[in-house]
Design a protein around this ligand. Structure first.
Ligand code: CA
Length: 226
């Protein structure tokens, strides 16, 4: 799962990012509103944590623009204790939750798990399913029948994207943006390597689900015989 954290207090943002990464989230940081908005508009995030008071463009303006552009990603607002009016405005603009600073990391993690569960097809217990496989993105575990494998974070994110597409084609450029990050210098061959890792693990599990290469377009999950 990829999270965008827009927060101008750099030291705090980095501390939060570190804890999120330990909990198997991929995190991109934006320290000002304009860059935060650019990142958010890429549409690659599963969750966005948005500070309200930001230089450049406020968290509320970012939220308004994202919703106007039809980006429905769950947004958690970070507000200062004195900003009660912002909470109300934020919820009206389509924020999904808010947290008042300072907050406990455990509370942030719990809120994020609730927000992530609002995505279709995922619950904290079961994870994503497709065909005969089940992926738990929090523990990076891939299950098929009674067998299971640990995935790396990138493998899990890649598989999650394919599962989310429900058999639709996912392009290599989209995979690079989402798995390696906005602004990354990863290339197509990196994606090919990770696709081959995933294929090996699916095969070793005896899964009836496989990754098909759709020539010139990208990859899709299929069930049945390869
Ligand atoms: Ca701030």
């Amino acid at each position: 799962m990829r999270i965008l954290l827009v927060e101008d207090e750099e030291y705090m943002a980095q501390a939060v990012a570190q804890v999120l990464e330990k909990n198997n989230y991929a995190v991109d940081l934006a320290y000002d509103g304009e860059y935060g908005l650019d990142c958010g508009l890429s549409g690659i995030y599963d969750l966005i944590i948005l500070d309200v008071m930001l230089p450049g463009c406020s968290g509320l303006e970012i939220l308004k623009t994202l919703r106007r552009e039809g980006i429905a990603v769950p947004v958690l607002l970070l507000t200062a204790r004195s900003e009660t009016a912002d909470k109300v405005t934020g919820m009206d603009l389509g924020a999904d939750d808010y947290l008042t600073k300072p907050f406990e990391m455990q509370e942030l993690l719990a809120r994020l798990r609730v927000l992530a569960r609002r995505k279709p097809d995922i619950s904290a217990q079961s994870g994503f399913t497709f065909g005969d496989i089940l992926l738990n993105p929090y523990t990076l575990s891939l299950y098929c029948g009674s067998q299971s494998f640990k995935l790396t974070l990138k493998e899990s994110q890649l598989l999650e994207m394919l599962m989310d597409a429900r058999g639709g084609v996912v392009s290599k450029s989209r995979i690079i943006e989402k798995v390696w990050g906005f602004d990354s210098e990863a290339e197509d061959r990196h994606v090919e390597v990770y696709i081959s890792f995933l294929r090996k693990k699916l095969k070793a599990l005896g899964a009836n689900t496989f990754v098909e290469t759709v020539r010139g377009m990208g990859y899709a999950l299929r069930t049945g015989k390869e």
